[in-house]
Design a protein around this ligand. Structure first.
Ligand code: HEM
Ligand SMILES: [Ca+2]
Ligand SMILES: [Ca+2]
Length: 307
């Protein structure tokens, strides 16, 4: 039901306005690309790609944004979408959904930092439900087993191959220390540091995170070698003990995912192809079209106040 030319008549400058907005933002704030990719993932996994993650909480509704796991979503990512929405409301008011803006902006940003281009079809409608209580069960966590992670994705129709390719999103961006300090300081009673972590990498991370309880903003790059570039180095790192999160390293421990890590680490083209395909699929996950949902006037609020 989606169509690349969905706004051709009603908002012909849609693609241009989004591209200009994200180009300016990414130049000023290079963390925007990674933040936006994660924001898109967190939106699509909960109620589908419907901008439910943008809704602000109010006295009657604790919205997705305020779920624990979403506290670390990037302010720059929310901002770039809101900026594009503001520009679009001036040019073609009431036409373009926040869900479409996020999908288009994510693709543009991924491409801008070196990742593959893939078509983004349009016509998503914005959702009318956003509940913090729905978030946790729908997103993977670093301490989950590979069985649990595979099941979470499988329940949404994603194969192991697609899961491994999508997680290649960790080729850019960063994680806060609290997401991986168990591996550094509390691995087991006798062995404080996970022995699979490259020792020099572990030492560096321990220094970075030495004061993480007093300074919770401390963080490390997900891909220590090329943190700002979308490439296949993430998979090469995993094989050398340079995976940051326990869930990253788990991809080389499991016989179901290891062959894919091997493939993507050797063949960037294979990774890009798989990632592009999986991102298109993620972007179509449980979307609302036609008369479903609405086109929000502003991304952080439903058009009518919910009782
Ligand atoms: C396999 C399961 C996954 C787990 C357990 C996981 C977990 C995490 C965690 C804990 C962080 C750090 C958040 C922070 O401290 O600020 C993170 C960051 C990130 N994740 Fe994932 N993630 C997974 C899959 C994905 C997928 C499928 C994508 C995209 C398609 C993705 C994209 C990102 C990006 C881009 C960042 C960096 C965000 C930034 O720099 O602002 N992740 N992830
Ligand atoms: Ca959503
Ligand atoms: Ca990289």
């Amino acid at each position: 039901k989606l169509d690349e030319d969905y706004y051709k008549q009603t908002c012909p400058d849609f693609q241009k306005i989004v591209r200009e907005t994200v180009t300016l933002k990414q130049a000023a704030q290079p963390a925007t690309a990674a933040g936006t990719l994660r924001l898109f993932f967190h939106d699509c996994m909960v109620e589908g790609c419907d901008a439910s993650v943008f809704i602000a909480s109010n006295h009657v509704n604790k919205a997705e944004r305020d779920a624990d796991i979403n506290q670390s979503l990037s302010g720059d990512a929310f901002e770039v979408v809101v900026r594009a929405k503001t520009a679009l409301e001036l040019t073609c008011p009431g036409i373009v959904s926040c869900a479409d803006i996020l999908a288009e902006a994510t693709r543009d940003l991924v491409t801008m930092v070196g990742g593959p281009f893939y078509p983004v079809k349009l016509g998503r409608r914005d959702g009318q439900v956003s509940l913090a209580s729905k978030v946790d069960a729908n997103l993977p966590k670093t301490n989950q087993t590979m069985d649990e992670i595979i099941k979470l994705f499988a329940d949404k129709g994603f194969t192991i191959e697609e899961m491994v390719a999508l997680t290649g999103g960790h080729t850019i961006g960063f994680s806060h220390c609290k997401e991986f300090t168990d591996r550094l300081f509390h691995y087991s009673p006798t062995t404080p540091t996970d022995p699979v972590i490259n020792p020099r990498f572990a030492e560096g991370l321990k220094k970075t995170c030495a004061n993480y309880t007093t300074n919770p903003a401390m963080s490390a790059f997900n891909d220590v070698i090329t943190p700002g570039k979308f490439d296949n180095i993430y998979y090469q790192n995993l094989k050398r003990g340079l995976g940051l999160l326990s869930s990253d390293h788990a991809l080389v421990k499991d016989p179901r995912t290891l062959p894919l890590v091997e493939l993507y680490s050797k063949n960037q083209e294979a990774f890009f192809k798989a990632f592009a395909h999986a991102m298109e699929k993620l972007g179509h996950h449980e979307i609302k079209t036609g008369q479903q949902g609405e086109v929000r006037r502003r991304c952080d609020a439903f058009n009518t106040i919910q009782a």
